[in-house]
Design a protein around this ligand. Structure first.
Ligand code: SF4
Length: 287
């Protein structure tokens, strides 16, 4: 629960505020860019919501803040915004919301499919999400991009008998996973679902390509608001930047129109534009 007495100095006066417990995960700035902004190491409220739409987005940010660092004078109104999660994006792909502090506020996703639904990385384990996932048909598979973003995957696996998939080099983060991927070759997990090993950020990092359209990228690749292009970060590369560049080069072989990251902004743009931006990113990554 956010504490107004610990409110950061940059907040403009009014209903919403951010307190000093913010971990700078960016979630609020993605969900409510008209309200929250970046003060380098934390977020702050730069403009109070001016209409019903921005107010709703601020409540979504409040609910998805992993550390409960966003406060409001009207917390009861947040309950209505709960119904927005999981939030449909397109084609049966949802953003889960309720980002977990165990994954430093990483985004997670849900894919609804008649053959069985998928969870990609994990949100907080909460009754609301459990009920919503149940009403959408449960969870048959849980794809884990890498060790940092497993959060409550184990609890969802138990609750829904979901099959967790992780690379062997990340297995210590989820030792009881039901399916382990070895090596560096892509693996067809199910029709339309292709696991692509992308070592770099961590040794066993993987992306998931769905229907040659949706690329779930974990912490390998994201959209940068500042650069207005696809980006990756050497400062958050825990294993090998050279490996990450090689993995990025391999990704250029695939066609996709969405990048759905763990951290950073998601983006939908034409496949040709994605290819161009991957090539430009590679040029920036290489020494
Ligand atoms: S969502 Fe919460 S922790 Fe993340 S940047 Fe915003 S206020 Fe900070």
């Amino acid at each position: 629960m956010a504490d107004r007495r610990r409110s950061v100095a940059e907040n403009v006066a009014g209903d919403f505020f951010v307190d000093e417990t913010c971990i700078d995960c960016d979630t609020c700035r993605q969900l409510a860019p008209a309200v929250f902004a970046d003060a380098e190491d934390y977020s702050f409220v730069y403009e109070q919501p001016k209409n019903a739409e921005t107010r709703r987005s601020a409540f979504r940010a409040l609910l998805s803040c992993p550390t409960g660092s966003i406060g409001t004078l009207n917390p009861a109104c947040a309950r209505e915004a709960k119904a927005d999660f999981p939030m449909p994006l397109e084609g049966g792909v949802y953003y889960c919301g309720f980002n977990s502090p165990k994954s430093f506020g990483g985004n997670s996703y849900f894919v609804a499919r008649p053959e069985g639904n998928w969870l990609i990385d994990s949100p907080k384990f909460l009754p609301h999400l459990v009920e919503r996932f149940q009403s959408l048909g449960g969870i048959s598979h849980i794809f884990l991009t890498h060790r940092d973003d497993v959060a409550d995957a184990g609890k969802y696996a138990v609750r829904f008998a979901g099959r967790r998939i992780i690379h062997r080099k990340e297995l210590s983060a989820q030792p009881s996973a039901e399916q382990v991927i070895d090596g560096s070759d892509p693996v067809q997990l199910a029709p339309g679902f292709l696991a692509i090993p992308t070592p770099g950020h961590t040794r066993g990092h993987m992306c998931l390509l769905l229907d040659d359209r949706y690329l779930f990228t974990g912490d390998h690749l994201w959209w940068s608001r500042t650069l207005q292009s696809l980006n990756a970060g050497r400062d958050v590369c825990w294993y090998s930047w050279e490996e990450q560049a090689r993995s990025m080069s391999a990704l250029a072989r695939y066609s996709f129109e969405w990048v759905l990251p763990g951290h950073g902004e998601r983006i939908n743009q034409p496949a040709e534009r994605m290819q161009t931006e991957i090539r430009e990113l590679l040029a920036r990554m290489r020494p």
